[in-house]
Design a protein around this ligand. Structure first.
Ligand SMILES: Cc1cc2nc3c(=O)[nH]c(=O)nc-3n(C[C@H](O)[C@H](O)[C@H](O)COP(=O)(O)O)c2cc1C
Length: 295
C-alpha cells in the first residue's frame, strides 16, 4: 500500500493536522467529545449539525445495525445557538461546524453564530430523513447554489456536504462550486429502511433513514470519482472508510482528505490506527495520488 508523508495539510481553506476528520453527527455533540477525538489522532473534527432552532429529533428507534452498516434516522436533534458555548475551549483547534437550515436566510443566520469561532463551516445539504432540510434542499442545484452563496459570502471557509440520493451528484457539486464553496464533502448517508418481520412494521420510528458504514464505501468512491470530473475545488471523501487502504482508494478517486463516521462508533482508536498505517516519514506527498485513477 502507498504510504503518505505525515504532517499538517490545508484543504478548502482549513488547516488540518492530517488527512482524517471526524464526520458530522458522530460524537460531535459536545466540546469535550470533539477534544477527545482530536486527542485520539483525528486531523480535524466536524460537529453535530446545528440548525436555526432547538430540535428533539425523530421518535425512536432512531438507529438499527444492519450487515455492514447502520441505518439512522436521528432527525437532526440539536441545541441550536446554545452550541456556541461548547466551542469556547476549542478556539484554535481544527473544528468545523456542521450547519443546516430550511432556506438560504436560515443557513446564513446559523453560519453567523459561528463565524470567527470555528475553522470553517460544513453545510448539511444532504440529510435524507429530515423533512424540509438536508437532502430536500441538496437535490435542487439552484437552492444548493443559493444556500452556499449565503454562507460563503460571510468569508468563512465553506464546505458543502452532498447527498448520494440524486441522479446526478456532479451537477449538485458544480452548483456548490458556483455558489462559492471552498470544498465539497461526499457523501452523506444512502436512503434505506428495514422492516421487522415479527412486528410487520418498519423498524425505525421514522420508517426510513440513512445507511452508513462499510456497505456504502463503493457508493462513496463512485460519487467522489464523478465529482472530481466535474469540479475544480477539493473534495473530502466520506462513507464507509475504516482502513488506511480505504483512505488511499478515496484519494485515488479524487479526495484531498476524508471524514470517518461509523467506524468511530465501533472503535474510538480508529484515527490512531489509520494514522499508524497510512503515514511514514519516507512516504509520498498526497498530491501524487489524489485523482490518479482518472489518468
Ligand atoms: C448516528 C449518525 C448521525 C449522523 N448525523 C449527521 C449530522 O448531524 N449531519 C450530517 O451532515 N451527517 C450526519 N451523519 C452522516 C455522517 O456524517 C456520514 O456522512 C455518514 O455516516 C457516512 O460516513 P460513514 O460511513 O463513515 O459513517 C450521521 C451519521 C450517523 C450514523
Amino acid at each position: 500500500m502507498v504510504a503518505l508523508y505525515p504532517g499538517p495539510i490545508e484543504v478548502g481553506g482549513i488547516r488540518l493536522r492530517n488527512h482524517l476528520l471526524l464526520a458530522a453527527g458522530i460524537l460531535g455533540t459536545t466540546g469535550a467529545s470533539l477534544a477527545r477525538i482530536l486527542a485520539n489522532g483525528a486531523g480535524g473534527v466536524v460537529t453535530k449539525s446545528i440548525g436555526p432552532s432547538p430540535k428533539e429529533g425523530h421518535p425512536g428507534p432512531c438507529l438499527v445495525v444492519v450487515d455492514g452498516g447502520i441505518i439512522n434516522a436521528m432527525g437532526l436533534p440539536n441545541p441550536s445557538a446554545a452550541f456556541v458555548e461548547e466551542l469556547a475551549a476549542l478556539q484554535s483547534e481544527p473544528v468545523i461546524v456542521s450547519i443546516f437550515g430550511g432556506t438560504p436566510e436560515e443557513f446564513r443566520t446559523v453560519a453567523g453564530w459561528f463565524a470567527g469561532k470555528a475553522s470553517g463551516l460544513e453545510l448539511n445539504l444532504s440529510c435524507p430523513h429530515a423533512e424540509g432540510y438536508g437532502a430536500a434542499i441538496g437535490s435542487d442545484p439552484a437552492l444548493v447554489e443559493e444556500c452556499t452563496r449565503a454562507v460563503a459570502s460571510l468569508g468563512v471557509p465553506t464546505w458543502v456536504k452532498l447527498t448520494p440520493n440524486v441522479a446526478n451528484i456532479a451537477e449538485i457539486g458544480a452548483a456548490a462550486e458556483r455558489g462559492g464553496a471552498d470544498a465539497i464533502v461526499a457523501i452523506n448517508t444512502v436512503k434505506a429502511m428495514r422492516i421487522s418481520t415479527a412486528l410487520r412494521r418498519p423498524v425505525l420510528g421514522n420508517r426510513f433513514g440513512g445507511l452508513s458504514g462499510k456497505a456504502i464505501f463503493p457508493v462513496a468512491v463512485r460519487c467522489v470519482y464523478d465529482l472530481y470530473e466535474a469540479c475544480s475545488i477539493p473534495i473530502v471523501g466520506c462513507g464507509g472508510i475504516s482502513t488506511a487502504d480505504n483512505v488511499v482508494e478515496m484519494m485515488m478517486a479524487g479526495a484531498s482528505a476524508v471524514e470517518i463516521g461509523s467506524a468511530v462508533v465501533d472503535d474510538i482508536g480508529i484515527f490512531a490506527a489509520i494514522v499508524n498505517d497510512l503515514y511514514n516519514p519516507d512516504g509520498i506527498d498526497a498530491d501524487e495520488i489524489v485523482g490518479c485513477a482518472h489518468a
